[in-house]
Design a protein around this ligand. Structure first.
Ligand SMILES: CC(C)(COP(=O)(O)OP(=O)(O)OC[C@H]1O[C@@H](n2cnc3c(N)ncnc32)[C@H](O)[C@@H]1OP(=O)(O)O)[C@@H](O)C(=O)NCCC(=O)NCCS
Length: 173
């Protein structure tokens, strides 16, 4: 009643903005926690034909890896796993939950980890991507990665093996 009268004072732009804030929530990039393993595995299995096991993630949490989470309203929307070797950062895994795709989550994670790797003294960011993974390839190209090589038969595939593109970009923005 009273509430409805108040809404009448909002412009269309204000209402759209208010709706988007609720619908999309604020995306926060932060450290991924081992306690989130069940949610991580659920996303992982929905993202990859050969998903990482719980044991692989547990090893990442124990060693010199960096694991980044994208959360919306406290809920895990995606994550990235990076390892640092000398002055090179290697992106090992990047996943976005199917329901959160197409909203810029992967781009935000990628921009964050590029900046963070540079801040941590890394010079170069390197990754492998399946030759058939057009969505990820487009994302990496649009974020300044260039293909520098091919690893033949790098990934398991339904009919044998599949090549990986090797892509790099400087960590400095
Ligand atoms: C690839 C993946 C990480 C993209 O996540 P996302 O949050 O949906 O991506 P974003 O919304 O940030 O999109 C960024 C860009 O990626 C590209 N992209 C994303 N999804 C795409 C699709 N379905 N088709 C074509 N391009 C796509 C576009 O260039 C897009 O930019 P635009 O929106 O300006 O066109 C996600 O689809 C995923 O988790 N896939 C399974 C796991 C995977 O392939 N990981 C990468 C391994 S190397």
């Amino acid at each position: 009643m009273e509430c409805h009268q108040g809404m009448g004072e909002l412009s269309v732009d204000d209402r759209t903005k208010a709706y988007q804030q609720v619908a999309q929530g604020e995306l926060v990039i932060d450290t991924l926690n081992p306690e989130e393993l069940p949610a991580i595995l659920e996303i992982e299995r929905s993202c990859h034909s050969n998903p990482w096991s719980a044991g692989i993630f547990e090893d990442c949490f124990k060693s010199t890896y960096r694991l980044w989470a994208a959360r919306r309203n406290g809920e895990l929307a995606g994550y990235a796993v990076v390892t640092y070797q000398y002055d090179e950062a290697h992106l090992m895994n990047l996943c976005v939950a199917p329901a959160a795709r197409g909203q810029g989550v992967a781009r935000r994670l990628l921009q964050y980890l590029v900046a963070r790797s540079g801040h941590d003294g890394m010079q170069l960011l390197l990754l492998e991507v399946r030759h058939s993974n057009k969505a990820a390839y487009r994302l990496y190209c649009s974020e300044g990665f260039e293909q520098v090589g091919v690893r033949p038969d790098y990934y398991p595939a339904p009919n044998g093996r599949e090549n990986a593109r090797v892509m790099t970009r400087p960590c400095l923005l």
